[in-house]
Design a protein around this ligand. Structure first.
Ligand code: 5RP
Length: 233
């Protein structure tokens, strides 16, 4: 199986395992989460899923839901009341404790708000995302208020991180997030304590959120090239 097929397989497996009618769902961003949106749309069109309410994590997810006519809400909608039954999302890395890093697609802020407001949380990845230590290979994004870019960079360097401002593609200058902030991508050359680092980074003035997800331990669906999916709880 190629990587695109693996992503479809694992997204569908998570939906088949966890999604049923009458659910309030958070739906994630990226090339593994979006096939889950399409599959939910398909099942709704076939009448196999009914009364699904979705809170999207990005414009990408919102547009995919709109294409399928999936009813969209926010966490603040009266019908949602600030709490979701389940969120399904992708990840950039997953460690042996099911701690994750996210934000490769720049949507970490709403992805974390939605994940932490969900009773159940599921992550869908292909096996290339499974690592022993987070943040050493794939960078961890930090969403930063533009005015605080350099002070935050200095504070992150003092925590041992190598810091790069994320540059846009097909736009001159940096990536501007969906909430008008900048992204600093950081890497560590030595292992970190992800739970401690998630808290420490968020104490730096000017940091809006970081891409370490340690407070909501997900069920992780891992798609493999042999066509199997393993589930880690
Ligand atoms: C977006 C994310 C994505 O879930 C993460 O980057 C994984 O994306 P993909 O499934 O395309 O590899 O966190 O902000």
């Amino acid at each position: 199986m190629d990587q695109k097929e693996i992503k479809q397989l694992v997204a569908r497996r998570a939906v088949d395992t966890l999604v049923h009618s009458d659910m309030k769902l958070g739906l994630g961003t990226g090339s593994t989460a979006i096939p889950a949106v399409h599959y939910i749309g398909e099942l709704m069109q076939q009448g196999k899923l009914k009364n699904i309410m979705v809170v999207p994590t990005s414009f990408q997810t919102m547009i995919a839901c709109e294409q399928w006519g999936i009813p969209l809400y926010t966490l603040n909608s009266k019908e949602i009341g600030g709490e979701l039954d389940l969120t399904i999302d992708g990840a950039d890395e997953v460690d042996p404790r099911n701690y994750c890093t996210k934000g490769g697609g720049g949507a970490l802020l709403v992805e974390k708000i939605v994940a932490y407001a969900s009773r159940e949380y599921a992550i869908v990845v292909d096996e290339s995302k499974v690592v022993e230590q987070l943040g050493m290979k794939f960078p961890i994004p930090i969403e930063v208020i533009p005015e605080a870019r350099i002070p935050v960079q200095r504070a992150l360097e003092s925590l041992g991180a190598e810091v790069t401002l994320r540059e846009a593609v097909r736009k001159a200058g940096p990536v501007i997030t969906e909430h008008a902030n900048l992204l600093l991508d950081i890497r560590f050359s030595a292992p970190i304590d992800p739970a401690e680092m998630e808290n420490r980074i968020n104490q730096i003035p000017g940091v809006v959120e970081n891409g370490l997800f340690t407070r909501k331990r997900p069920q992780v669906f891992i798609g493999r090239s042999d066509g199997t999916v393993i589930t880690r709880t």
